[in-house]
Every structure is written in C-alpha cells, then in structure tokens.
Design a protein around this ligand. Sequence first.
Ligand SMILES: [Fe+2]
Length: 324
Amino acid sequence: MAELARTLPASWYRSLPLYQLERRGVFFKAWYLLGPVTRFHSIDSNVDYEIAQKKLYVRRTAGTSSIPAHDELQVIRESDGAKLPSHVTPTGLLFAAISHEAPAFEEFYPDLEPLLARIDFTELPYRRSIKYNGNFNWKTMVDGYQECLHCQYTHPSFSVYYPPTFYTVYNHLNFSQHVADPKKPDDGLFLYFFPNCTLNVYGGGMSSFRVCPTEDPNVTRMEFDYYHLESGEKFEEYFKFVRQVAIEDFELCEKAQENLQKGVYCEGILNPVKETGVAYYQGRVFDLVMQQYEAEQRNATQPSATDGRENTAGSIGAAIKAVA
Ligand SMILES: [Fe+2]
C-alpha cells in the first residue's frame, strides 16, 4: 500500500523562525493575484497591499476606459518606489510578485492562462473590500480552503448549492482548481493560487481573498475583495451569503489553531482522495522551506545578505527538525 501523505507538523503553525523561513523561501519567490484590472480603474489613486510584511501599491497612470490596459497599471514597492514584476492575463487579472527573486510569471504558473481564458474577469464591477485579523496561522486557513470535507457541516447554506459529494480538486503547478460537480465544470470557479490567494466566482458574483501572514505566526490578516454586476439590494444579498461562508471558515480556523497551539496534536495523515489539495500545497511549502534552509546553511557566513534573517540558524533548525 502506498504511503499516505502526512500533514505539516503543528510546530510549523506557530514558529516565528519557521515563518521567517517561509517568507524568504515561499513568499519572496511567489506571485500574487491582486485583482481584475477593473479594481484599478481610478486614475492616480493607489490601491494598497501588504504581503509578508512587504508594502506595495497599484496605480493607474493613464487612460480613460473603464477597463485599464496593462501598460496603464504599475505595481510599485512602497519603500523605494521601485517597480515590481507584474502580469495581466488575457482575460484581465493582474498578478504581481513582491520581490525580484520570484521566477517569471509563465514559469510560476505555466498552465494557468488556458484555464482562465473561458471567463472575462472584467465583466463584474468592483464593489467592496474588507479586512480583519484572525487568531490563526496563514496555513490554517489555506488548509481549510484546499479541502471540502468540512463543508457539509460547516457551510450548510453553501452546501445546498454546491453539494460536497463529488467535490474534486485538480492540482497544477502552483495553483489548484476546485470543482464542486465534475459533470458541471462550468458551474462556479474556485481557484487557489499558491501560496495565499483565491478567486471564487459563484452565487452571481466574484470574490478574491488573500490570507496575509502577520509578524506573529498565530495571527493572520484576511483581506476580501467583492465584485458583482449589481449594486444595491442584489449585491447585498450576495454579500450576505458569501460573508456567512467566510465567517464559518474563520470560526473553524480559530478553533483549529487553538488545538495546534495546545501541544497535544502534532501531525496526522491526509485523506488520499479528499485532501489532495492540502497535500499538494503543503508539499510545496515543505519543499521550498527545506530548499531555503539548506541554501542558507550553505551561505551561513553572510548573515546580513537576505531580508528577514534575524533568526539564528539554530532556532530555524529546531523547527525544521520537528518534521523529521
Ligand atoms: Fe470552508
């Protein structure tokens, strides 16, 4: 019998040195969905982001159309005004990296654009954003997003429309597609972008959320952007529905994090059919963290060369050894 995939150990959900290693090994080398280009339609007003303690903003510098062109949008690092790598997909999604250490967009997401081609993401106007902190590690929330075993009991209203019976996750390099019913692949679009962004088209609208780690590995800032054809009552109805699902996930994550912090649970096995999305993304985190750790061990004589290297190799090593 093939060996079952195991979860990351609980220590990885509460260790500051481990999070600093994730910043350097995962977050500085990734791409992020910032939103459909329509999110940035106002000229000369900044839309701010903070990802892994790196502040950046998007600014539209020219144009009058309601749909900004790629060359009218700039992604700028706040600290020095430098341009960051950015990419607009053919159907209108803006992605950016927070560091020049990230590979090219096409290398990071080699098979993403054909999947995005069937939806015009500029059709639904931007309506609202909200953000708030939760007492959980960023991976606690991503764990929940990447499986739907919890959906039937946690999300009774959502499960009426998207019954979890046939729920399937298709993993690609650095993103996953969730399909509620494989016989109806066009009904709803649920995408997870490694490491911490999602896009959810369902219920007549579209939402995108970012799971933003703070400096405390036990606290995460959730950021949501909502889009809908309608304003007024129809939007509020959609908003109420999707907020209910988000609140249910939030409460589940705070409870799960309490258990991760108590020191009783260490690690477990993952369901080989229902939790492949969790196994996939946790495997990416594990591989990238290990690569970063090994690279830093080799270069241990240059302590100030990399941002965030304020933790000793010894304390990082202790967190890594918890996996062994
Ligand atoms: Fe959920």
